[in-house]
Design a protein around this ligand. Structure first.
Ligand SMILES: [Ca+2]
Ligand SMILES: [Ca+2]
Length: 454
């Protein structure tokens, strides 16, 4: 059942296993957790702009770079100075720490320092690679602005026209966002650059992935191009991946830490990135993400991954505190029809499966909470539009839906948001609006995001 064919584009990495919890399908209700306030300081962090480009594949340890997690309220600068280390990154929303270049001897000495909880080698992280443009599905927009994905989840039927005045926004932890889109599709109101390319304020997208993801969640309903699930919602570009789509774990943790410190203005964070293999590195990333969820009240929505494997072996997809999203193929923006005694899609086949079926590349498993359209998704890219496929494209459909839920219920904790999205504002696989082909539909039948009533 779990052996799937299809493309496994993700790269191999570390392999120590760690458990994750399951939440799946309409009807599941998660626990309620408390939310703490957040420090809103919008610092402009000055950093070393001379760092080298990211070497190696995702999951590759970076020689001479470490992340140091401190105990309690130990001061990052004091600890670093005491060991002759100049920290390139400093963290501190809840758990204090720092990261940067240091020798193995310094790392070893830090490991023995009682103020230090853990010293973790830095590692390469990458976006969940979108699948090739040659697999584009022809645009079949109904009104010229409605992408098939938004149409498929009936995001056009809930009446939202302009969410730009919302008190909070959506953080896109990715490659940046195009702040000068020719059609003014993206309401980018802030953000920060944690890569080594340029200044902290350089949030512009030099890759394209972050802009595509942002447009799916929140492109404006302005009569041109595309529209997102939460049209016009304020966007924060948290740039942690460079022009190659790669970054260091220390940068990604920077991004998560920034979201925690800005939780007063960020309701939802989308992460269409990850590492295959669960290890000490991903334990550290999960620690910071879980703090952001459980102590700062930010809902995290992440891509399950494009490897046609169990998402439990991917991070942050396996984190039990996030909403993990698999992808379906939909070619016409319409739900399936009942014909000859069974539900079938009525649209044309895609490169990744028939209409209204689980996408052949999508990760699956107990870690997946929701499904969303992820094949042939038209969205914004710097300077225009493109049609891409991947769970990276599915995740922001759910992030947009999570944002809409938070607008209805501003005090909702992430657990409550997830509970409603997986029990009420979704379409069970077996329903008219559902889909077929989930490889583990018997055990873990995640429902499709459904935004009509949000
Ligand atoms: Ca538009
Ligand atoms: Ca369809």
């Amino acid at each position: 059942m779990r052996v799937r064919t299809g493309q496994a584009l993700r790269r191999a990495a570390a392999s120590v296993l760690l458990a994750g919890l399951a939440v799946q399908g309409c009807g599941n209700t998660g626990p309620t957790q408390s939310t703490a306030g957040a420090d809103l300081a919008d610092e402009a962090r000055a950093r070393d702009a001379g760092a080298p480009e990211v070497p190696g594949r995702p999951g590759t340890t970076v020689p001479g770079r470490y992340i140091v997690l401190l105990r309690g309220d130990a001061s990052p600068s004091d600890v670093a100075r005491g060991h002759g280390v100049v920290p390139e990154r400093v963290y501190g929303a809840r758990r204090k720490g720092f990261a940067g270049p240091m020798s193995a001897a310094q790392a070893s000495a830090l490991q023995r320092d009682p103020r230090v909880q853990a010293v973790v080698p830095d590692v390469v992280v990458a976006l969940v690679e979108p699948l090739a443009a040659r697999n584009e599905v022809a645009a079949q927009a109904v009104d010229g602005e409605l992408p098939t994905g938004v149409d498929r989840i009936d995001g056009d039927l809930n009446g939202y026209t302009d969410l730009s005045k919302s008190a909070k926004g959506i953080a896109i932890i990715d490659t940046g966002i195009d702040t000068r889109h020719p059609d003014r599709e993206l309401n980018v109101i802030g953000g920060i650059n944690f890569t080594s390319t340029g200044r902290a304020s350089r949030i512009v997208d030099d890759h394209g992935h972050g802009t595509h993801v942002a447009g799916i969640a929140a492109a404006r309903r302005n009569g041109v191009g595309v529209r997102g699930v939460a049209p016009g919602a304020p966007l924060y570009a948290v740039k942690v991946l460079d022009a190659s789509g790669s970054g260091y774990l220390s940068w990604v943790i920077n991004g998560v830490d920034w979201v925690s410190r800005n939780a007063g203005k960020v309701a939802v964070a989308n992460m269409s990135l990850g590492i295959e293999g669960i290890s000490l590195y991903t334990w550290l990333l999960d620690l910071y993400i879980s703090d952001s969820v459980n102590y700062y009240g930010v809902t995290y929505v992440v891509a399950a991954g494009n490897s046609a494997k169990d998402a439990i072996n991917f991070s942050p997809a396996s984190n039990p505190d996030v909403i993990t999203v698999s992808a379906i193929a939909d070619s016409d923006g319409k739900p399936r029809v009942f014909r000859d005694g069974q539900w079938v899609g009525a649209g044309s086949d895609t490169a990744y499966g028939a209409d209204d079926t689980f996408a052949s590349f999508s990760n699956y498993g107990s870690a997946v909470d929701l499904a969303a359209p992820g094949v042939g998704i038209r969205s914004t890219v710097p300077g225009g539009y493109a049609t891409w496929s991947g769970t990276s494209m599915a995740s922001p459909h759910a992030a947009g839906a999570a944002f809409l839920y938070r607008r209805r219920d501003p005090g909702a904790t992430p657990a409550v948001v997830r509970s409603y999205l997986t029990s009420r504002y979704c379409a069970p696989q077996t329903s008219e609006y559902g889909f077929t082909g989930d490889p583990d539909a018997v055990q873990y039948p995640e429902a499709l995001v459904y935004a009509k009533d949000l």
